[in-house]
Design a protein around this ligand. Structure first.
Ligand code: GDP
Ligand code: IMO
Ligand code: MG
Length: 422
């Protein structure tokens, strides 16, 4: 399989967890390179639903090593909870998980600041997951963050935490929020440190040794292209590089060691949180929600839904260098007829083929649609392309053409078996 990056080509929640789980059969090491527990990756297997936030989705398969890379922001309490929850579900987690010593920590003041900023901006809020992700990355960029390596040195950690906590409490008080108790945080984080110590490693060296031993690496993107801090719908984005380049900086594996980029996209579009979504459609949202679909895996919020936006996915193919496409949730359109695809935007009387950089302009873009007939039957038991209705195959083909890459995987349900390889 070689070394593969898997990225979300839309606004997150494309079904990356499911596709990673499927591709893991051919991978040896599964690596997260960015984001934190704002991610929620769902895998449905053996009648159980697993939602992974920090641990790579390869953890369900035996004999695979999962790596949390240097670019991830780690909330140690959340990570310990996730490990314990998976152990309770019967999974073994010991030598199959590594956490970078260079990864930055999410601390309680990051969460409190995230919450305050969202509260205070009112209608201009971003609609974050309130996991403290933005403030943690802001500290990293400001060179004032605490890292996993600090947490592994209790005395040093306590000292650094005290100074940072004091500084942030001044800000929190000024915002009218409750101050955070140093002793409480110190105690709970050091307890988490004891549990995490066995997993902490220089993951850069580990990954390079794995490459030398000809192991196959699978990089698990979190969020999606249009939530990228540089290429997304700024400021309605997350605080990391969710696009393919982030896989290199967030792991220390250079670009010339990457062989392939797979872009995951839903057969329609969803977004959770605020910000422009040109193809948003109320009726389609209502339909998908009435089917019990499209509720957030991390926050439970109802996702906003819209038609497939080929302007967006074509741009995603460009930015990420997408070689192959995995289309998920095709079955979500089983009862929709006709089906619309956005093939261009109209802004101030002009036709655009790429999304404008400015979020207000993007919000003002009117989608130009083409329509295709629906197939009006269930696709969820199809095992091969030939078992899909003609109209479904035509739709898939069109999505590939418009995006400009080869469709290699089609997903027609949440389980492993509901996957068609082309
Ligand atoms: P991720 O963040 O990209 O991993 O995606 P999420 O797990 O947040 O959301 C995707 C949702 O779609 C989850 O509930 C998955 O179980 C589900 N899912 C993935 N692929 C399919 C599919 O082809 N059909 C259906 N019905 N559900 C799918
Ligand atoms: P996965 O990996 C969908 C969104 C939030 C908000 C914005 C910023 O499951 O696809 P943050 O908490 O990161 O500061 O929030 O980004 N967001 C996601 N949306 N899927 C995700 O992850 C997301 N992670 C963050 O809703 O709009
Ligand atoms: Mg998700």
């Amino acid at each position: 399989m070689a070394n593969t990056i898997l990225v979300g080509a839309q606004w997150g929640d494309e079904g990356k967890g499911k596709i990673i789980d499927v591709l893991t059969t051919k991978a040896d090491v599964i690596v997260r390179s960015q984001g934190g527990n704002n991610a929620g990756h769902t895998i449905v297997h053996g009648g159980k639903t697993y939602i992974l936030h920090l641990i790579p989705s390869g953890i369900l398969r035996r004999g695979k090593v999962c790596v949390i890379g240097n670019g991830v922001v780690v909330d140690p309490i959340a990570l310990v909870n996730e490990i314990e929850q998976l152990r309770r579900a019967g999974l073994k987690i010991n030598k199959n998980l590594l956490v970078s010593d260079c990864a930055h920590l999410v601390l309680p003041y990051h969460r409190a600041l995230d919450e305050q900023r969202e509260l205070r901006t009112g209608r201009a809020k971003i609609g974050t997951t309130k996991r403290g992700i933005g403030p943690a990355y802001a500290d990293k960029a400001a060179r004032t963050g605490l890292r996993v390596s600090d947490l592994m040195q209790p005395r040093l950690f306590s000292k650094k935490l005290q100074a940072k906590n004091r500084e942030n409490n001044a800000v929190l008080r000024a915002l009218g929020a409750k101050a955070i108790d140093h002793d409480e945080v110190n105690k709970s984080y050091l307890a988490a440190a004891t549990k995490l110590r066995p997993f902490v490693a220089n993951t850069v060296v580990y990954l390079h040794q794995a490459i030398e031993r000809r192991k196959n690496l699978l990089f698990e993107g979190a969020q999606g292209t249009f939530l990228d801090i540089d290429h997304g719908t700024y400021p309605y984005v997350t605080s990391s590089n969710t696009t393919a380049g982030g896989a290199s900086t967030g792991t220390g594996v250079p670009p010339n060691r990457i062989d392939r980029v797979v872009g995951v996209m839903k057969a329609y579009t969803t977004r959770v949180g605020e910000g422009p979504l040109p193809t948003e459609d109320r009726q389609l949202s209502d339909l998908l929600h009435s089917l019990g679909r499209e509720f957030g895996a991390t926050t439970g919020r109802a996702r906003r839904c819209g038609w497939f936006d080929a302007v967006a996915t074509r741009y995603a193919a460009l930015v990420n260098g997408i070689d192959e496409i995995a289309i998920t949730n095709l079955d979500g359109l089983d009862t929709v007829d006709p089906i619309r695809i956005c093939v261009g935007y109209r802004l101030n009387g002009k036709r655009l083929g790429v999304p404008p950089c400015d979020a207000v302009q993007l919000d003002n873009c009117e989608p130009i649609y083409e329509e295709m007939p629906g197939w009006n039957q269930s696709t969820t038991s199809a095992k091969k392309l030939s078992q899909l209705p003609r109209a479904t195959r035509d739709y898939v083909k069109r999505l590939g053409e418009l995006t400009g890459a080869k469709v290699s995987i089609i997903s027609v349900g949440p389980t492993r078996a509901q996957t068609i390889f082309l």
